[in-house]
Design a protein around this ligand. Sequence first.
Ligand SMILES: Cc1cc2nc3c(=O)[nH]c(=O)nc-3n(C[C@H](O)[C@H](O)[C@H](O)COP(=O)(O)O)c2cc1C
Length: 174
Amino acid sequence: MSKIGIFYGPELGSVEKVAHVIEQKLGADKVELIAVKKADESVLERFDKLIFGMSTIGKTNWDSEYKDTDWDEFATCFGKVNWEGKKIAMYCLGDHIQYPQHFVDALGWVYDRLENTAAEVVGFCSTEEYTYEESEGIKDGQFLGLPVDEDNEADKTDVRVENWINRLINEFGF
Ligand SMILES: Cc1cc2nc3c(=O)[nH]c(=O)nc-3n(C[C@H](O)[C@H](O)[C@H](O)COP(=O)(O)O)c2cc1C
């Protein structure tokens, strides 16, 4: 069976931590973890099942330090990829207390860059168990991937990831 590519960024923070939780739940032999900072279209092409992990550093909260995230750079290669037959599930770190009006907006940002490709984005989540005011990460009433809030709800991460992974395996054949 071909491996699942977990593309995550940035490194060293909560996004990487959750990448390891996913790795552990899927089985280390079934996945390959790749920091998007070190990846390009040739690495993406190697996988048919992909998990994209990102955090939200919202536009209205930009700090000069955060101007170019690893994903800004990585997404520039999307136009060179043949997405046919690829399934992508996304998870996104956010903080629903500090940024309730921009909760996990990055899901929407990455989705917008995949929407007109042949890739199939899977693994949407119900908004019901989350507290927030607005999010660009929602389409047709669902989060476009799994929201994770390690800043305020770290105790929920394990169950959230577990339930999501089980759905990915059952519904999408990951
Ligand atoms: C400058 C800054 C801006 C942020 N903006 C948002 C935001 O707009 N929406 C949100 O949900 N979280 C926002 N966050 C919270 C981060 O997404 C959250 O802390 C995440 O866990 C960071 O993961 P990382 O350390 O792996 O990047 C922001 C954090 C920082 C430091």
